[in-house]
Design a protein around this ligand. Structure first.
Ligand code: JF5
Length: 250
C-alpha cells in the first residue's frame, strides 16, 4: 500500500514517516510513503499557495489551483489499476475510527492525504477529493498531524507491517474491547504487585482473566464502545451479565 501526503510543509511528515516501525515497514517493502510538496504547484514567481478570503475576514485561504494541481499530480503518479482514494483532512470530515481504517486498508492500494494549512482551503477543492476525514473534534494548525494519524492507523492493518503477527491476531480477537492490562518486571513496583494469575503458568486461566479485565475496563472507561449488547460476541455478553452484579473492585 502506498501513502502520499500532499502538504506545504513536507519536512514535518518526512521525519515521522522515515522513523520507527513505519520506516522499517517501508524498508521491507510492505508499504511505501511519498510526499508531494504543494509549494511546487504554487502560482507566480513567489509560488503563492494562499490568498486572502473573498468576503473579508482575517487570515489566508489556500488557493484551489495549487491544491488541485498537486492532487492531480499525486493521482497521475499511481500505476494503472491501482485503487486510489484521495482524502482531505478536515474537522468537518467523516470521523476516523477503526472501521474506517479497516475499510481504507482493505479497499485501497494508494491513499492520497491532502493537508490544509492556514485558516482553511478554498471550498471548491472538495469537488476534487473522494472524502473528507476528521481525526477528532478539534482544530489543528494544519492537516499534517491528522494525515499521520491516518497513515499510522491504516498501515498497521496492512499484513506484514506490525512485524508481529501474534499481536495483530490478538487485537482482532479483542474486537470492540479495550486492551487488557499488561505487566512486565519488576514483579513488585512501588508496593504494587503483578497479579498472581499471570505467574501461574495456566494459559487458559490467564486468557480468561485477560478477557475479564478487558471487559471490566471497557465498561468503566469506554462503555460507548460496547454499543448494542445484542450484537456482541456471546463470550463477551455472557461476561457482561456476570459483571452487572459484580462491579470491579479497585
Ligand atoms: C485543517 C481547515 C483543515 O484540523 C484538522 C483536523 C481535525 N481533525 N481532523 C482534521 O485538519 C486541519 C484545519 C482547518 C482544514
Amino acid at each position: 500500500m502506498h501513502f502520499e501526503v500532499v502538504t506545504v510543509v513536507p519536512e514535518t511528515v518526512e521525519g515521522y514517516l522515515g522513523a520507527s516501525i513505519l520506516g522499517r515497514a517501508a524498508e521491507a517493502g510492505t508499504v511505501s510513503f511519498g510526499v508531494t510538496p504543494m509549494r511546487d504547484f504554487g502560482e507566480g514567481k513567489h509560488r503563492q499557495v494562499d490568498d486572502s478570503p473573498y468576503g473579508g475576514g482575517s487570515g489566508m485561504v489556500m488557493k484551489p489551483g495549487p491544491v488541485v494541481d498537486a492532487i492531480e499530480a499525486a493521482r497521475a503518479a499511481a500505476p494503472a489499476g491501482e485503487r486510489v482514494r484521495v482524502l482531505l483532512m478536515s474537522p468537518a470530515g467523516t470521523p476516523f475510527d477503526r472501521a474506517v481504517a479497516g475499510r481504507l486498508a482493505a479497499d485501497c492500494d494508494r491513499l492520497v492525504l491532502v493537508c490544509g494549512r492556514y485558516e482553511g482551503i478554498d471550498a471548491r477543492v472538495e469537488d476534487h477529493v473522494d472524502e473528507l476525514v476528521s481525526v477528532g473534534d478539534f482544530v489543528l494548525t494544519g492537516g499534517e498531524l491528522a494525515a499521520l494519524v491516518v497513515v499510522d492507523a491504516v498501515s498497521r492493518l496492512v499484513p506484514g507491517v506490525l512485524g508481529n503477527d501474534a499481536s495483530a491476531a490478538e487485537e482482532s480477537f479483542e474486537g470492540p474491547l479495550l486492551e487488557y492490562p499488561q505487566y512486565t518486571r519488576p514483579r513488585n513496583f512501588r508496593g504494587h504487585a503483578v497479579p498472581d494469575i499471570l505467574l501461574s503458568g495456566d494459559h487458559a486461566k490467564v486468557d480468561r482473566w485477560r478477557l475479564d479485565q478487558a471487559v471490566r475496563r471497557t465498561i468503566e472507561r469506554r462503555p460507548d464502545l460496547l454499543g448494542d449488547r445484542a450484537t456482541l460476541p456471546e463470550e463477551i455478553s455472557e461476561l457482561l451479565e456476570t459483571l452487572d452484579s459484580a462491579p470491579n473492585s479497585k
